[in-house]
Design a protein around this ligand. Structure first.
Ligand code: GLC
Length: 474
């Protein structure tokens, strides 16, 4: 089968979050199973020379977006059994950051329009186009719009994956004709319209042949107004079209026995090197080099749904346990400021690295003892799985994909981590205290939990099969 992924980021080319990890690892996993897989991405200015020099220029066309007539170049390269296509338009994609620009709506409408317009110029016409999040939500709309006039498009099926329903791509109603270049009927019949605005996510949920989200628990939660960000009625409406398929991670890249950027390698059967990773991390981050002090890590975008309110509220309580804390990430200013200030208040015991650096993140996964992820909502979450691969025991709130990947070791159960249910700082704190106590007073018990997590199967095998089944059914 020919599958084309459309997405706004993918490892190793460009990344802001977990979406990039998924788009970087699921397509190669599907290709390894025998499917013919391609991915199409914007050619951002941030994509480095290392990749650009491997690209072949394929051709250029012009893409019309209402009255705009825009240059659209197509490049490609081969990597990990997958054809990676890049859409070139410097006006839209040579910017300081991937998102957060004043004209994001226009930039990704252009990208979605370009994906459909470029179909006849790709190596193969796809059987399925698999789109991801709001940035590529309009692909299914443009595909249907063009299919009325262009027969070959009619047999292409579309799958849309919700990585996070919070981000919906809302724009003013006046954009329908003037920007998106669509007939107003798409708005008037309710496909694009939500609460008086254009909402491209809604349109994708309605127009795609199948909709998936990144864990079974999140798929269930999306029926609930507390998680659906206003989309619960639409989720009810699409019924069986929605599937929850748990993400995997790239277990070859995230492998403490092979990872080239950690100071010493280790594995589930030989954990010797982990102590050296911890000491090196403490040194690198200016923490006291103390082998026995429990070291808790948080590696996260610093945004509301990651549960940071709880950490702000309980921080002093956590630190009273005599632990060290490492926070790596960037995001909302109030959280960045909070953790910068916390570092001043706990010198040598708390490090806040505001930014994102892949190699440092890997050294932190390897060097920490415990990993805190108290998300308010979490569609899937990948960091808890990466942490477990590196023998770092997770403490998570029981929600979304955290619920599907972390199993409680509390109350004498054989689990791979610690969980709490209610979104309350006191509940989180009491579980953090339990985890710290296990680490400190029961090394055998801690090693057992660590071993379960390190041996768990976080590969794409099972989920790639689930996607294959969805494609075939369509
Ligand atoms: C988003 C979600 C996260 C998920 C990732 C990949 O970043 O917030 O939970 O793991 O997408 O699907």
């Amino acid at each position: 089968m020919n599958i084309l992924f459309a997405a706004s980021e993918a490892v190793p080319f460009c990344k802001t979050g977990g979406l990039a990890d998924v788009v970087g690892s699921l397509p190669p996993a599907l290709a390894a199973g025998g499917d013919n897989v391609a991915v199409i991405l914007p050619l951002y200015g941030q994509i480095g020379e290392k990749w650009r020099c491997q690209m072949t220029f394929r051709k250029y066309i012009y893409v019309d977006l209402s009255w705009r007539h825009e240059y659209c170049g197509l490049f490609s390269l081969q990597y990990q059994g997958v054809t990676w296509y890049f859409v070139d338009n410097e006006h839209y994609f040579k910017r300081d950051k991937l998102y957060g620009e004043y004209d994001d709506g226009e930039r990704f409408a252009f990208f979605s329009r370009a994906v459909v317009a470029l179909l006849p110029h790709l190596d193969t016409m796809p059987d399925v186009i698999h789109c991801n999040d709001w940035q590529t939500a309009l692909v299914s709309v443009y595909l249907r719009d063009d299919a009325c006039r262009w027969d070959v498009l009619r047999r292409i099926k579309t799958v849309f994956t919700i990585h996070n329903i919070e981000y919906q791509g809302r724009m003013g109603a006046d954009t329908v004709e003037d920007l998106l270049g669509l007939h107003h009927g798409w708005y008037d019949d309710g496909t694009l319209q939500m609460d008086g605005d254009v909402n491209v996510l809604k349109a994708a949920l309605l127009c795609s042949d199948a909709v998936t989200t990144v864990s079974p628990t999140y798929a269930r939660q999306l029926h609930d107004a507390a998680y659906a960000h206003g989309m619960e009625q639409i989720i009810h409406l699409i019924g069986d079209k929605l599937h929850g398929v748990l993400n995997g991670i790239d277990t070859q890249s995230y492998d403490p026995a092979q990872d080239g950027v950690i100071p010493e390698r280790f594995s589930a059967s030989d954990l010797g090197g982990k102590a050296a990773c911890k000491a090196a991390l403490q040194k690198e981050l200016g923490l006291a080099v103390e082998p026995d002090t429990p070291l808790i890590g948080m590696i996260s975008r610093l945004v509301g749904h990651k549960g940071l309110d709880l950490v702000c509220e309980a921080l002093d309580g956590i630190m009273e346990n005599g632990v060290q804390l490492v926070v790596l990430g960037q995001g909302d200013k109030r959280f960045e400021d909070f953790f910068r200030d916390a570092q001043r208040r706990y010198p040598g015991r708390l490090c806040a690295y505001i930014g994102y650096a892949d190699a440092l993140a890997r050294r932190a996964y390897a060097g920490c003892d415990l990993f805190l992820m108290p998300s308010k909502s979490e569609p899937c979450g990948l960091s808890q799985m990466i942490a477990m691969r590196y023998g770092t025991v997770p403490i998570v709130r029981q929600t979304g994909g955290l619920n599907d990947t972390v199993h409680s070791c509390q109350l004498g159960q054989r689990g791979n981590g610690f969980v709490f249910a209610e979104y309350r700082a006191a509940d989180m704190l009491s579980v953090v205290c339990q985890a710290v106590a296990l680490y400190r007073y029961n090394p055998v018990g801690y090693a057992a939990v660590q071993g379960v997590g390190m041996r768990d199967d976080f590969t794409w095998n099972r989920s790639a099969e689930a996607y294959r089944r969805i494609y075939r059914e369509l």
